[in-house]
Design a protein around this ligand. Structure first.
Ligand code: COA
Length: 258
C-alpha cells in the first residue's frame, strides 16, 4: 500500500470511506478466523464488504503504527459476556488507537480515533424497506413522533439517519445491540446530530460526540466519539487492482454537540 496514509493526531478522529472491492491481494491480510468468516458468506457482495472493511482497517492501523499490515494485531472485546471466541468491539492490541468499522450496500467506513472510544456506522438507504416496522421497535416515542412529522417521501432516509446515529453510539460504547436502541433518543433526522437522552444508561458516562457524515449518495453514516470534543477528518480510500490504496482527503467536520 502507499506510504502516505494521513496520520491521526492526538485528539483527532479520522473516517475513511471506500467502495467494497474483492481484490485477491487483500485476502492475504486476513487471519485464519477472518478468512473462514469471509468464505462463509454466500453472496459475493457480502464477501467484498467484509474483505474491504477488514483489510482497510488493518492497512490503516499499520500505517498509523508504522508497521507492516501483518504485524497488526486486532482484538475484540465484549462487555456483555465472556464467551471465549472473539466477538464484540474491535480494538488494536498494545496501542492507544481506537477503532471501529461498518459495511452496508457496497460501502465501507473505517474510523480511527486518538480522541476516545469511537463507533462508526454506515447504512444504505435503499436497503431499508422495513423502516415503518423497525421504527416501532428501535425508535423512542420522541423519535417516532419526529419521523411522522417528516414528509412521507423522506421517512425511509430519516429512519436510516436515526439508525446510523444510534448504532454509532452503541458501537462507541461497545454495547452494540445488546442495549435496546429505543432506550436512546437522538435528535431529529433534519437537525444536527446529538444524543438527547439515554434511559437506563450504564456507567461510565463519558460525553458522547455524535456527528453525521457524508457517506455518498444512497447512504447515511454517523460517527460517535466518547470524550472531549474533536475534529473528524474524512477520507475516501480507493483501491488499485493490486490492493494498493489511494486516499484523497475529502473534508473536515469540526462542529460537535453532546
Ligand atoms: C455490532 C452491531 C451493532 C453491528 O451492526 P451491523 O449494522 O449489522 O454491522 P456493521 O457493519 O455496522 O458493523 C459490524 C462491525 O461492528 C463491530 N462490532 C461487533 N460487535 C460490536 C460491539 N459490541 N461494539 C462495537 N462494535 C462491534 C465489528 O467490527 C463488526 O465487524 P465484522 O462483522 O466485519 O466483524 C450488531 O451486529 C451487534 O450488536 N452485534 C452483536 C450481537 C450480539 O448481541 N451478540 C451477542 C454478544 S454477547
Amino acid at each position: 500500500m502507499s506510504a502516505d496514509v494521513p496520520r491521526v493526531a492526538v485528539g483527532e478522529c479520522h473516517v475513511w470511506f471506500a467502495d467494497a472491492v474483492h481484490v485477491p491481494a487483500l485476502l492475504a491480510l486476513l487471519d485464519d478466523r477472518e478468512r473462514a468468516r469471509h468464505d462463509a458468506f454466500v453472496r459475493a457482495g457480502d464477501r467484498a464488504l467484509y474483505l474491504t472493511a477488514h483489510a482497510l482497517a488493518r492497512q490503516l492501523v499499520a500505517a498509523q503504527l508504522g508497521v507492516g499490515p501483518f504485524a497488526v494485531r486486532l482484538t475484540q472485546e465484549c462487555r456483555h459476556c465472556d464467551r471465549p471466541e472473539p466477538h464484540g468491539k474491535p480494538g488494536v492490541a498494545d496501542a492507544d488507537l481506537e477503532l471501529s468499522w461498518s459495511h452496508s450496500g457496497g460501502r465501507v467506513a473505517v474510523a480511527l480515533s486518538l480522541a476516545g472510544p469511537v463507533g462508526v456506522d454506515i447504512e444504505e438507504v435503499a436497503a431499508e424497506g422495513r423502516a415503518a416496522d423497525l421504527a416501532a421497535t428501535v425508535l423512542s416515542a420522541v423519535e417516532r413522533a419526529e419521523l411522522e412529522r417528516l414528509p412521507a417521501a423522506e421517512r425511509a432516509a430519516g429512519f436510516i439517519r436515526y439508525w446510523a446515529r444510534k448504532e454509532a453510539v452503541l458501537k462507541a460504547t461497545g454495547d452494540g445491540l445488546m442495549v435496546e436502541p429505543a432506550l436512546l433518543t437522538v435528535s431529529a433526522p433534519d437537525a444536527p446530530a446529538a444524543l438527547l437522552e439515554w434511559r437506563e444508561r450504564a456507567e461510565p458516562h463519558l460525553p458522547v460526540r455524535l456527528r453525521d457524515l457524508d457517506a455518498g449518495d444512497g447512504h447515511r453514516a454517523a460517527v460517535a466519539v466518547l470524550g472531549a470534543e474533536c475534529p473528524v477528518v474524512l477520507h475516501e480510500a480507493v483501491y488499485g487492482g493490486d490492493g494498493t490504496l489511494r486516499h484523497p482527503r475529502r473534508g473536515v467536520v469540526t462542529s460537535a454537540r453532546c
